[in-house]
Design a protein around this ligand. Structure first.
Ligand SMILES: O=C(O)CCC(=O)C(=O)O
Ligand SMILES: [Mn+2]
Length: 203
């Protein structure tokens, strides 16, 4: 078992939560630093044949060549800034996970969101391991089974929490971060990925 991980029961999927993987004060510092230092932009995505801008800000970092095919477009990664390189190294040391890229999402307030999707791009391999680190405001993270055979699952992801999605999760489940009308402070989520499918989970 991964040190500090809580298994979240998910039929036909595999989900682990590591609450406060990053301590409060460091998470607050990272939120601040990454908010200003990363190259935030709204990505263009293709949904049902139409182009949209993401309802949040995004940035894509990684090793050279870790190109990410994302909703109809291929993104070339920017080189690792020190703060993201440090987190990637920590995931490797603490959990034995080797990632070559990270998709960063900035939810400026409750109106920013992420629609239903699975991270099932071919470039991530068949049973990808995705490590998702949350910084800042707590937001609802919802999962629904694609064939609707099981009840939806909702988690509250708070400052410093790390969520690992692996096994068949991306094959059978979709996830989303819904918008909310409640006054909501900014949140950054970093989803570390292995383009080429290299990360394995040590249990
Ligand atoms: O913000 C989150 O917690 C989810 C992000 C996500 O699903 C993604 O980047 O693919
Ligand atoms: Mn996702």
């Amino acid at each position: 078992m991964l040190p500090g991980a809580v298994a979240v029961p998910l039929p036909e999927g595999e989900l682990y939560l590591l609450p406060r993987f990053v301590a409060d004060s460091e998470a607050a510092y990272l939120l601040d630093a990454l908010s200003t230092e990363l190259a935030w932009t709204r990505h263009r995505v293709r949904l049902f044949g139409r182009e949209h801008l993401t309802p949040r800000l995004c940035a894509w970092y990684g090793d050279p060549g870790a190109r990410y095919a994302y909703s109809g477009q291929a993104l070339e990664p920017l080189p690792w800034p020190p703060a993201l390189a440090g987190l990637r190294a920590r995931l490797h040391t603490a959990l034995g996970l080797a990632f070559n890229s990270v998709l960063c999402n900035l939810y400026r307030d409750g109106a920013d969101s992420m629609g239903w999707h699975s991270d099932d791009e071919a470039s991530l391999g068949p049973r990808p391991v995705i490590a998702s680190l949350s910084l800042g405001a707590t937001r609802r993270f919802a999962l629904r089974h694609r064939a609707r055979r099981y009840r939806s699952v909702t988690l509250a992801l708070g400052n410093g929490d790390l969520l690992l999605m692996t096994g068949d999760t991306q094959t059978h489940w979709q996830h989303a971060v819904p918008s909310t009308r409640r006054p909501t402070a900014p949140r950054i989520n970093l989803t570390f990925r292995a383009v080429g499918g290299a990360a394995t989970l040590r249990k």
